[in-house]
Design a binder for this molecule. Structure first.
Ligand code: ATP
Ligand code: ATP
Ligand code: MG
Ligand code: MG
Ligand code: MG
Ligand code: MG
Length: 258
């Protein structure tokens, strides 16, 4: 197309390419999801439908953007990991952030009814996004450990808080009761007062969700002869493992090899 005299304004766009040979992490987070979860009557402390919808969105993002090797989600946030070797969108920060978050949000709306059924979406949900580069494997793992530790701390608090509230305490009183308490205090309240062993709570709540590309046998029908064909494909799949310890990384050596 012919150049116009206006084209010079393109030079006002600043380059925002992320450092080469570093891990890129895109973290999206729901905007005002405290209110969103109330408006949509999320079960407390954990609404299973909401978690499964978040996981579905992350899986759809990974199906679309093949560079992402792993995603980790908890609460209203998801982190997407892009390897050091990737040249996705020439590693342009805003291009990567905006594409991931836009795909995530549109999938959230598109798949809402599959998870929430008759409970209608009341208003358009919104997510923010940022892209951060982490220079080596240790800081990448520390990043993921940070998010999973956050999941644990919040979930232990929320589980105890809502147990107190459901037993008749006001939200203010439960808040005061737990202020300054340590993990062991909350574990004890749960065990002694509510007969709940925190370690027996489902891992999806305690550990958050990790999506990896898992080798999966898929069956399709050959268009040529109508016969069943079995193939191994890499399918983004949610697991609920501990990702802080060494075990997970030993079981998936391909993740850090990229
Ligand atoms: P901001 O816009 O700053 O992110 P926010 O209201 O979204 O504010 P967050 O710190 O992101 O605050 O917390 C998200 C909130 O969403 C949680 O505190 C919780 O109340 C709610 N929430 C998210 N997922 C679930 C879920 N699966 N079940 C119940 N509540 C949830
Ligand atoms: P990229 O992902 O690089 O942006 P793209 O396919 O979106 O690639 P654009 O240069 O952004 O390419 O162009 C958008 C294209 O969308 C147009 O070339 C046109 O084909 C189509 N398009 C957008 N709006 C309309 C419209 N209102 N009616 C018909 N076609 C449209
Ligand atoms: Mg936030
Ligand atoms: Mg939020
Ligand atoms: Mg959040
Ligand atoms: Mg376009």
């Amino acid at each position: 197309m012919a150049n116009s005299k206006f084209e010079y304004v393109r030079h006002f766009e600043m380059a925002d390419n992320m450092l080469p040979s570093t891990w890129l992490v895109v973290r999206i987070d729901g905007r005002g999801f405290h209110r969103f979860s109330q408006t949509h009557n999320f079960a407390k402390p954990n609404d299973r439908r909401a978690i499964e919808l978040m996981n579905r969105c992350a899986i759809e993002v990974m199906k679309d953007i093949k560079d992402i090797i792993l995603a980790y989600g908890q609460s209203d946030e998801y982190s997407f990991i892009i390897p050091k070797s990737s040249n996705l969108y020439s590693r342009r920060s805003s291009k990567i952030s905006s594409t991931v978050v836009s795909l995530f949000a549109s999938n959230y709306v598109m798949h809402w009814a599959e998870y929430f059924g008759e409970d209608k979406l009341q208003y358009a949900p919104c997510f923010d996004s940022r892209t951060v580069c982490y220079p080596n494997d240790k800081v990448l793992r520390d990043y993921l450990s940070w998010r999973q530790a956050d999941c644990h701390i919040n979930n232990l608090f929320n589980t105890t808080f809502w147990a107190l509230v459901k037993s008749g305490m006001t939200e203010d009183a439960a808040e005061k009761h737990l202020r300054g308490s340590f993990s062991k205090d909350k574990n004890e309240i749960l065990f002694v007062e509510f007969n709940i062993n925190y370690n027996n709570i489902e891992p999806i709540y305690r550990k958050g969700s990790t999506i990896i590309r898992q080798k999966t046998e898929v069956t399709s029908i050959s268009p040529r002869n109508g016969e069943e064909v079995k193939r191994i494909k890499l399918i983004p799949t949610a697991i609920y493992d501990d990702i802080i310890g060494q075990d997970f990384w030993d079981r998936h050596p391909e993740l850090l090899a990229e």
